[in-house]
Design a protein around this ligand. Sequence first.
Ligand code: NAD
Length: 300
Amino acid sequence: MKIAFIGLGNMGSGMAANQARAGREVIAFDLSREALDRAVEAGCLAAGSVSEAVADADAVITMLPAGPHVLKVYTDQVLGHARTDALLIDCSTIDVETARKVAGLAANEGYSFADAPVSGGTAAADAGTLAFMVGCDEDAFSRIETVLEPMSRATIRAGGHGAGQAAKICNNMLLGISMIGTCEAIALAERLGLEPERFFEIASKSSGQCWSVTSYYPWPGPVPAAPSNRGYEGGFATAMMLKDLKLAQDAAAKAGATTPLGAQAEATYALFDRLGYGGKDFSAVLQLLRGRLAEIGQQD
Ligand code: NAD
């Protein structure tokens, strides 16, 4: 199987590497030369542009920052350049409207498109254990599942076009809220004289248990793979979490849903971003809540 992989950043690099490791021919492209070189080291072939990468692919996978990037890449360089029998799968987290728009444009030109955002973070991207939430036509799902298999521990069809993105923004709103909650609890524990490492032992086995505690603890030590152990570099950038929380608030306003804690999480991450920490992993918000921003170094 020949895969065109576009967008080789924090997430895409590990995902493309797992496609190559599974024996697939991966033609990769990223605007960043450094990212492209990393993909070649991981067994991918480098293309000179998106249109060159997709030209003879059986499936196109995109992992780009946001909706405008996805719309532009598909309209300018994928549609009309890929074979019409190629499956087009966007794994970026973007707004539901753009996902539906791209699906419509693709369908007009005879392509099958799926929104298939992921959950799991960079550790799962590297390990090939992401969860995919897919919005697609029912009859395309099993082929999509096969394409995603080397990167996935679970692939779930959420519904028709846009449903994958709806699932993703709801999930990430919950994650943003739970991360801030975890950080507040650690900051309070510390003030009360309880060691954050000891609090981890207790919370990870008590009713406060959640992914932000057990898999991504924002205090260094208890979860070695978490970005807190490497100065909050890499991982899931605060600016990306802020983008997802804005998508959730926009969607909530349009749908008439009440999401007060989602709004509060957006405001907290907006402040952290405005202070200059948009490039740091989103778990670094702990240091804002501790009043210890100096501990995570210079602002970006
Ligand atoms: P990133 O910024 O590290 O990577 C994006 C890559 O896309 C960059 O390497 C950039 O050079 C490339 N790019 C941008 N425009 C391009 C274009 N026109 N052509 C080719 N390449 C282009 O971001 P990331 O952390 O890998 O996230 C990617 C997507 O995955 C985002 O939508 C994000 O919300 C989502 N996501 C991220 C995580 C995470 O933990 N980082 C988890 C789940 C979902």
